[in-house]
Design a protein around this ligand. Sequence first.
Ligand code: NAD
Ligand code: DAU
Length: 336
Amino acid sequence: MKTCLITGGLGFIGTNFIKYLASHRKDIAIINADSITYAANPCNIDEKTMVNYKFYKIDIANNDELAEIFKKNKIDYVVNFAAESHVDRSILNPSVFVKTNIEGTLNLLKLSLEHKIEKFLQISTDEVYGSLGKDGLFTEMTPLSPRSPYSASKASADMLVMSFFHTYDMPVLITRCSNNYGQYQFPEKLIPLTIINALTGKDIPLYGDGKNIRDWIYVDDHVRGVLDVLEKGRFGEIYNIGGRSEMQNIGIISLILKKLNKPLSLIKYVKDRAGHDRRYAMDFSKITEELGFKPQLNLNEGLDLTISWYFENEDWWKKIISGDYRHYYKTMYEMR
Ligand code: NAD
Ligand code: DAU
């Protein structure tokens, strides 16, 4: 049996990855290390239902805490999801992004090297490539051009990961994915924010002219791609993962409102995000050709599943919007 250390496994994508791995790979033991920031939810994973699963509440930026996990367990794989993930927050407070996303990744790399792990997979983002105009797609060869403190911290982490491959011959892999949506996403991000605000009759803040474009991928597709790369990826390689579902923000909000039978008058145009990237779009032919990965759900299908999940799991998001973390739910527009 192999053991996989997954960081950030109580956040949105980490939770979905752990559930997928636990149900599809019974021969892999899981260690989940998460500091439980505002974006985490300890209720996401019911430990009683998990087999070969351990949880550690630790901060990856604290090398001593992290070292204990490596001392106590023989770790074969590391998948690093832990991060500060919200662009707007990075504009307000970049320091914690440097601490977790850069220093935390460096700690993980150093300990993984020392303990001679078999594979290190860094979960990165299309945002490291910067912003596209009307045409073109990001490929793995597109030069890095991060434009927010968040994306700069993720690009720095990617470069550290690659430096460990070149310098120490460490078995590293990187995935760069486009915008995820689906179950367990914290409602500061556009899609869950829109669903919950619509359901509770609140305005939906739309930044700038609303014509910025994102390439949306359903989270189940992303986590399948991550496992493909972990199992079959070539060391030292970067794999883009995309959803082939580009849409303007105004389009996606309008579509959700239509599905919920709510009025477009809930949309409120607000001041733009500083340095707002205009368009992201992915060429993910490398992972398709090398590893056979393709997204299985289109945006329409994925949104239906997502809306149903938020309908059926009111308790999950009501605790967030009215509980201890309610101030984090305030839209960034309200905070700035
Ligand atoms: P999230 O904010 O929902 O979850 C992040 C998790 O990391 C939380 O559980 C949090 O408690 C944990 N964490 C934060 N700081 C930590 C620290 N110092 N030590 C230990 N744990 C810590 O994020 P997400 O949307 O699930 O994103 C996961 C990863 O995927 C991130 O690396 C992000 O950059 C990347 N990514 C996200 C998207 C997206 O659309 N959400 C797309 C591409 C890549
Ligand atoms: O592309 C991958 C990235 O996607 C990940 O690396 C990030 O972790 C993740 O947060 C996400 O970043 P974005 O900034 O694209 O996601 P967000 O949901 O914050 O915003 C999506 C778009 O919607 C963006 O153009 C800004 C706009 N927006 C966002 C919010 C929260 C609004 O118009 N109104 C809002 O209230």
